[in-house]
Design a protein around this ligand. Structure first.
Ligand code: PLP
Length: 399
């Protein structure tokens, strides 16, 4: 029996059974659906991409996996080299793991130990954003601010080590003024807070954060698990404001197989590089650097590089803006659009009850949550398919 994610199993309706997936389409036994959420935002090149599938097959013909403890192999070495060349600044040291949550855990552990390794035991606090989402493991739940987790974390009492602030410069400045010598890092989903409600904010906030982190020696972590690979319209937000650590997942493999990476700059890496074995980073997921996943990631990055994706994403954004410009309804609080993400926020979550079935009957798979109806489409989507997604959204409000 499967225990499904984020579901009250007693109340859950039967999931749609997928028997095939190709391009932007999911196939059920009776119909085909445009996937408007790219399997939790990961399948940027569409399903069953021939180049990625071939890369996985070619590697599987050699070997699927060997551990990185004491061993190495071509796909992981090539991927680390590619990321070093491809990512901005001196983000050069790749630590692989099997999911975005674990990769964020690694980033948080790196930030804490970076100071502990220097004998600074006071920097125990993490600065984070309200409405943040960084994953479902314990430390990522704490760094995040997802109301779904509050009641279980409250069992531990108040967590003194995480400070949440809104995406407003005065709040940021105040937090640094008060806590700067206690902070090891400031972790953010840059520009676009995904699971917290597709909240969008200005780059000036991140520019100021970079200045304050530099001034007070605090590490800046960009969790680009969701925003990376073009979702905001930038390739990475890190291309515009450079963090000390970047976390990538989801689209890293084009969504074809689970994998993630925490990439550190020279300063962070050098904080661990020592003759003292105790200063090593004590982490090592069994499937880190999985050979199939690294091969998929290399193929996915090649597609991204060769496919003029930023132009495609700008086009997707312009169509979303055009198509949703004539949508207004008293139940709608705000419509937000950035890069490959569009979100309609409603006042009352019950406004969206039944939307998934409504969209299913009109050939679209959607998964609204709370008050948010959104699209995070594969970048290979055609104009007509995109328009179909927004037509379904509009007809929901106009019925
Ligand atoms: C910003 C962000 N960080 C981390 C994660 C966790 O990634 P995973 O589901 O691969 O553990 C997610 C997942 O949605 C995410 O959006």
């Amino acid at each position: 029996m499967i225990w499904y994610p984020y579901e009250q199993m007693k109340l859950m309706k039967a999931p749609y059974k997928i028997i095939n997936a190709e391009g932007v389409y999911l196939y059920t036994p009776e119909t085909k659906l445009i996937d408007s959420v790219s399997s939790w935002w990961s399948v940027i090149h569409g399903y069953h991409n021939p180049a990625i599938t071939q890369a996985i097959k070619d590697q599987a013909d050699k070997f699927s996996h060997v551990m990185l403890g004491g061993l190495t192999h071509d796909p992981v070495e090539k991927l680390a080299a590619k990321l070093k060349e491809w990512l901005p600044g001196d983000l050069d040291y790749s630590f692989f793991s099997d999911s975005g949550s674990v990769a964020v855990e690694v980033a948080l552990k790196m930030a804490l130990q970076f100071y502990v390794n220097q004998g600074d035991l006071n920097r125990t606090k993490i600065l984070s954003l309200t409405h943040a989402y960084h994953g479902d493991t314990f430390k990522t739940m704490e760094a995040g601010d997802d109301p779904d987790y509050h009641f279980i974390l409250e069992v531990y009492g108040k967590n003194e080590n995480v400070i949440h602030i809104p995406t407003e410069i005065p709040a940021l400045e105040k937090a640094f003024e008060k806590y700067h010598s206690k902070l090891n890092c400031f972790i953010v989903e840059p520009l676009l807070q995904g699971a917290g409600g597709m909240r969008m904010y200005d780059i000036s906030f991140l520019e100021r954060a970079r200045e304050l982190c530099d001034k007070y020696g605090v590490l800046l972590i960009f969790d680009e698990v969701a925003t990376g690979f073009g979702r905001t319209g930038y390739r990475f937000v890190a291309d515009v404001v450079l963090p000390d650590i970047i976390v990538l997942g989801k689209a890293l493999t084009g969504g074809h197989i689970g994998h993630a990476v925490t990439v550190a700059n020279h300063k962070v890496y050098n904080g661990f590089y020592s003759d003292n074995p105790e200063k090593a980073l004590m982490h090592g997921p069994t499937f880190m650097g999985n050979a199939l996943a690294c091969s998929a990631a290399l193929a996915s990055i090649k597609l991204f590089e060769e496919g003029d994706y930023l132009t495609k994403i700008a086009h997707i954004e312009s169509i979303a803006k055009r198509e949703l410009s004539d949508l207004s309804d008293e139940r709608i609080k705000e419509i937000r659009i950035m890069g490959g993400c569009a979100c309609i926020e409603v006042y009352d979550p019950s406004t969206l009850d039944g939307y998934q079935e409504f969209a299913y009957k009109r050939g679209v798979f959607a998964r609204p949550f709370l008050s948010y109806l959104y699209s995070m489409v594969p970048y290979i989507i055609s104009d007509d398919e995109l328009i179909q997604i927004y037509d379904v959204m509009k007809s929901w409000f106009r019925r």
